[in-house]
Design a protein around this ligand. Sequence first.
Ligand code: NAP
Length: 316
Amino acid sequence: MKRMKLGNSPLKVSRIALGCMRLSDDRGQAAATVRAALDQGINFFDHADIYGRGKREEVFSEIWEKVPGFRDKVILQSKCGIRFAGDPDARAPKRYDFSYEHVIHSVEGSLRRLKTDYLDVLLLHRPDALVEPEEVARAFDHLHQAGKVRFFGVSNHTAAQIQLLQTCVEQPLVANQLELNVIHTQLINDGIIFNRDDRSMASRSEGTLEFCRMHNITVQVWSPLARGAVSGKPVVNPDARIECTAVLVAQLAEEKGVSKEAIVIAWLLRHPARIQPIIGTTNPARIAAACQADDVELTHEEWYSLFIAGRGGELP
Ligand SMILES: NC(=O)c1ccc[n+]([C@@H]2O[C@H](COP(=O)([O-])OP(=O)(O)OC[C@H]3O[C@@H](n4cnc5c(N)ncnc54)[C@H](OP(=O)(O)O)[C@@H]3O)[C@@H](O)[C@H]2O)c1
């Protein structure tokens, strides 16, 4: 598996990472998933404090703790900032919270569950409408100086939201984790249709992809396999757009002698933003299938054919 630098950090991360949101509670199955990823050369694991309400971090730590020296070989990322309804009391709604206290409390919890002294990367999970950049900066400074977090980033943030944080945060923001896949193309499509008359297609992405490229912020992608919708998972009432994309994915896979998953991931890797897909499959065979993408190079024409199918129509 090829490696790349994560944003402006010196971290050398596998081009494809494993997302741990769906890791099994069954230790044997979870271990098989993590081992399959390691066998493919994946060295980057994505967590969040909320995945399985902390259980995913716990089960992960049980597996890797058994392998001596393993901690130094892998790069661990977790996220904070989403709070469940009912926390701390019954009237509290689900919400986002970037307060100093919550960020510190969340990271302490992740470190305890992951049984490690430090996170390589901490992401702010979803933008907090009440964010105070000074407070985030104070929390990041504390965590960095205490050696608890090496690098920082964000998730689901627009360019403007990143810039707001950067007015106070001194550490470089190394990653922005966003949803993007061959049938969820808004980030790319918005840049193409922003000045069209059709208001239903009005741009919402604010040039975020371009901003990340300009500032060397790695775009990590969640749900990169489109949850299997165009690579073999039966879809209830699929629309023509999904059906057409699935047909094209299958055709390209056959032509190139690779898996369908490899085509779906190669579509992301072909983009010049140097995207890092965070695959969420727990199935060892599917992890191997997706990682074949490391050796697949789509042509300009193949990339556009998939884009046109996935966006659901010809370009203007
Ligand atoms: N930052 C955020 O807001 C955010 C949000 C969501 C997720 N994430 C991160 O992104 C990671 C990936 O997200 P994701 O899991 O939604 O991504 P994904 O890789 O697109 O989807 C994985 C899911 O699709 C299923 N799947 C894939 N191909 C299939 C096929 N051919 N047939 C049947 N099932 C198939 C997998 O099942 P099997 O396990 O059976 O293969 C698994 O349940 C997560 O683990 C998490 O780390 C971040």
